[in-house]
Design a protein around this ligand. Sequence first.
Ligand code: ZN
Length: 545
Amino acid sequence: MRRFLLAAAAALLATQSFAEASAQAPAPPKLLVVISIDQFSANLFDEYRPQFTDGMARLATGTVFRNGFQSHAMTETCPGHSTMLTGDHPSRTGIIGNTWIDQSIGRSDKTVYCVEDETQPGTSSIAYKVSPKHLLVPTLGELMKSKWPGSRTVAVSGKDRAAVMMSGQRPDQRWYWNGKTFDTDLQQAGVPQTILKARAAIAAALSQPLPPLEPTPYCQGKERPIAVTGGGKPVGTGHFGRAANDLSAFRASPEIDGDTLAIAAGLVDEMQLGRRADPDLLAISLSATDYVGHTYGTEGEEMCLQLTELDRELGDFLKLLDSRGINYAVVLTADHGGKDIPERERLAGVNDAARVDPALSPATMGKALVARLGLPGGPGLMGDSSFGDIYIDRRLRANERAALLKAAVAAYRAHPQVEAVFTARKIADTPVPATPPETWSLIQRVRASYYQGRSGDFYVVLKRDVTPIADTTRSVATHGSVWDYDRRVPILFWRPQATGTTIEHSAETTDIMPTLASMIGLQIQPGFVDGHCLKDVPGTSCPAR
Ligand SMILES: [Zn+2]
């Protein structure tokens, strides 16, 4: 961010005057800024809240729901981002996971990525064409456009799936890191100057090595090497020094968040967001916290440095918005929580923390069951992980599928690392709950992640504190579980006149959309979305429930 954002800010400040702060009750915001911090668990927010001094500290002076929930079971990036600006659980957005299996598609790869168009010839779930077609409900930006034709929606992220889920169909600008550069799926005449400048600045920065970060005393206190089982390198002492052109190090470091925020800030200026009669929406998803969590775990010096830098980058970004005199409101939340590596958790007294038994992978389990039942060849079971949705090979006959389902459910249930297994029929028969999310049973959580035609034949829930990664050569920690360390996320609402209220009762990420809608005077009919307007947030006039 500092590299080119602040230079741009200084240039603009020279020609623009500050807006006078109004003494009256604030008018509805003209720019809604929705910030998602990928994998920013409520546990991390609680831990670091006293350490924040800049942007995060400012946002924490707003209305803070410290018990926010991504209420559903499959706590992954795509479902989590799908809830934020649609107001719906994945059972309505249709985004049941980052991927799912569709055995009816013509290509050999039956895995479908949540933001791809799998009907495009020559594509796969890895080499895909980005598309919002799987998101089945409108986003806030789309509803704003139907009320206010001049309203603009802009999304920027380190991940395509985050940008697409927050902006839905036909936003005005949508930019995400594609592994090499910032890219879009939108058909449009030209590329904004902001993007051209950012691409050049990032390419130039990447061509040079980056020196390690200087840790704060708090972060230095976390410096402790931890050995990881499963082939991965030790973690706990990383300082984010980067070799020239090391793209994976770039992504798992504060650097990419700074660039994402710089692009967002550049588009605010270039498009004059928040400065017209009709309100605009700017959705930003900051991905580095997630990559840092996966690469190093959540309780080491690396995450500490990441969150320290993020605090500062967010501060710079908010100061820039202030300097433009824009009437804006901010929401900050996360797509899911996360947990630390089991090796460090055990040192902290979490005695049951463990890595998953590789025997639970659908491929291994399917092979064993196919042999035991004497079924014809094929995988038997299909699924992308040792938990969540698992599918029965539909090329088997009906009686074979029934026998395999029965045997698979029994085999998973018998495993000591498995908490529960639910069949699709049992899940479909469960109503989507409307009670507070912390009271939901396991099957209710799974129901909120269920969408018929995309979900599996059965759903496996691992025991609490089981990390579903056995081979740690690429990733050491993850999220995705039904447990609250993965479901509980902060939800912060902030406006310039914020008074500072921390709220203990729960809220859901599905509540963000109807709350923002109320703030800008957009009517959402009761029952139109799963979420509810949060009356604790200043500037709302929520309908009676
Ligand atoms: Zn995520």
